[in-house]
Design a binder for this molecule. Structure first.
Ligand code: F0G
Length: 403
């Protein structure tokens, strides 16, 4: 593939680590910012001022491809034969597609048990990834894959890999390009392992140092309430990256308590069901650079926002809905003004987690089998149930005419 076809590598001067002949690309990053007025209305932001950056349109259906093309390139540079990652599903789908399309390396993916949406698992299986399901959750799987990679000299492709973040900077370059380099007021992004938020902060810091922009947008990182380590440390604990590093001590104590109480992340937005974000330090720096805020939103807020994104015609997976839910919350708090220009990142494709989507639209609080009811959700604002009809023309016409 020619490198200029890639929506990542056409910005390669801004991450110049790879000789051109080593670049591994499958045409990732062909995504564009879209004005979203249904979502704007939902969030209480003036029409025309809310934008969605739909990264679900990448080859593997999530933003991860922006980073995986860069990590794969580096793996190619060092001649890695085996690569690995732990994943809540999207990283594994992305690594698996790069491994299968290029044939440059094999890949082993580690997932937690019962924690991965079927759309994502089916990708890893189809692309031929060796898939290891750990008894435990993503946090357990990530600790293990790091040990395994170290011992077996396997190339690790999680976002602890700095090349992942280099590639993910390009999401912000495309956002700015779409806005003709007018700086928006806010970038709102879901926070899981905090790779995206860290990459965005680095992108803006560098662009400013290079004199390509004169102002940095504010960054809002949105946690799911059941996976809110960053929120607890930053907003409630006042943790900052430049406090002479008491941050390390604070987060260490936090994790020790977490272990002692065996606290587990839990959210229907399974992509961000993470308690130990590996990029915590880098994200704290990004929040500093971008005068950032962190918020938490619950599963109901996430799924209502997700349904709104769908109603506006793009659709996304649950975790991505956190960004719009977060924008709405910040607007209600008065932190975001109605006249602010706001960019929400939609991190994953609508088809990644059909169970969550169908569960939402068929929501009935009394139905104990409903996937959402099982997770303690009490309401869904924008349901759209299929209407059951007997296979009889008259009966069908009655329903159609009554629409
Ligand atoms: N949204 C989606 C759809 C994701 O898959 C992830 C992370 C995030 C948001 C969070 O991004 O980690 O940069 O803060 N998914 C990882 C995975 C953990 O394994 O696919 P982050």
């Amino acid at each position: 593939t020619p490198i200029d076809y890639s929506g990542v590598w056409r910005f390669r001067e801004l991450f110049p680590f790879a000789p051109e002949e080593k670049i591994v690309t499958i045409g990732e990053g062909q995504t564009k910012l879209q004005q979203a007025n249904v979502a704007a209305k939902f969030a209480g932001i003036n029409a025309g001022n809310l934008y969605l950056q739909y990264e679900g349109l990448n080859p593997s259906g999530s933003f991860k491809d922006n980073g995986m093309t860069a990590a794969s390139t580096h793996a190619n540079m060092v001649g890695a034969k085996v690569t690995a990652c732990a994943s809540t599903g999207n990283t594994s789908a992305s690594l698996a597609i790069y491994a299968s399309v290029t044939g440059l390396f094999r890949c082993v993916v580690f997932i937690g048990s019962g924690k991965i949406a079927y759309g994502k698992l089916s990708q890893a299986l189809d692309y031929g990834a060796a898939t290891i399901q750990i008894e435990g959750d993503f946090d357990d799987a990530l600790l293990r894959v790091r040990e395994v990679c170290e011992q077996e000299n396997i190339y690790l492709c999680n976002s602890v890999n700095p090349f992942r973040l280099e590639g993910q900077k390009s999401i912000m370059y495309r956002v700015l390009e779409s806005l003709q380099w007018e700086i928006p007021d806010w970038i709102v992004v879901p926070g899981g392992n905090l790779g995206n938020s860290s990459a965005f902060g680095k992108a803006f810091m560098e662009l400013k140092q290079l004199g390509l922009i004169d102002r940095i947008p504010r960054l809002a990182v949105i946690n799911a309430q059941g996976a809110n380590t960053l929120y607890q440390l930053y907003e409630e604990g006042g943790l900052r990256w430049n406090d002479g590093r008491p941050d390390v001590v604070k987060s260490d104590t936090f994790y020790t308590d977490m272990d002692e109480q065996n606290r587990r992340a839990s959210t229907l937005a399974s992509a961000i069901e993470i308690n130990r974000p590996v990029n915590l330090m880098k994200c704290l720096r990004a929040l500093d650079v971008c005068d950032g805020v962190v918020r938490e939103v619950n599963d109901e807020q996430i799924l209502d926002a997700k349904a709104t994104v769908g109603a506006g015609g793009l659709g996304c997976e649950p975790a991505s809905g956190a960004s719009l839910a977060g924008a709405k919350l910040l607007r209600e708090e008065g932190v975001i003004a109605p006249s602010d220009r706001v960019v929400c990142i939609l991190t994953g494709h609508q088809l990644k987690d059909p169970t969550a989507t169908v569960g939402y639209h068929t929501f009935n609080a009394k139905d104990k089998e409903n996937a959402l009811v099982k997770r303690g959700i009490t309401q869904a604002q924008f349901t759209n149930r299929p209407t059951p009809v007997p296979n009889d023309l008259e009966e069908i016409l009655k329903v159609v005419r009554g629409l």
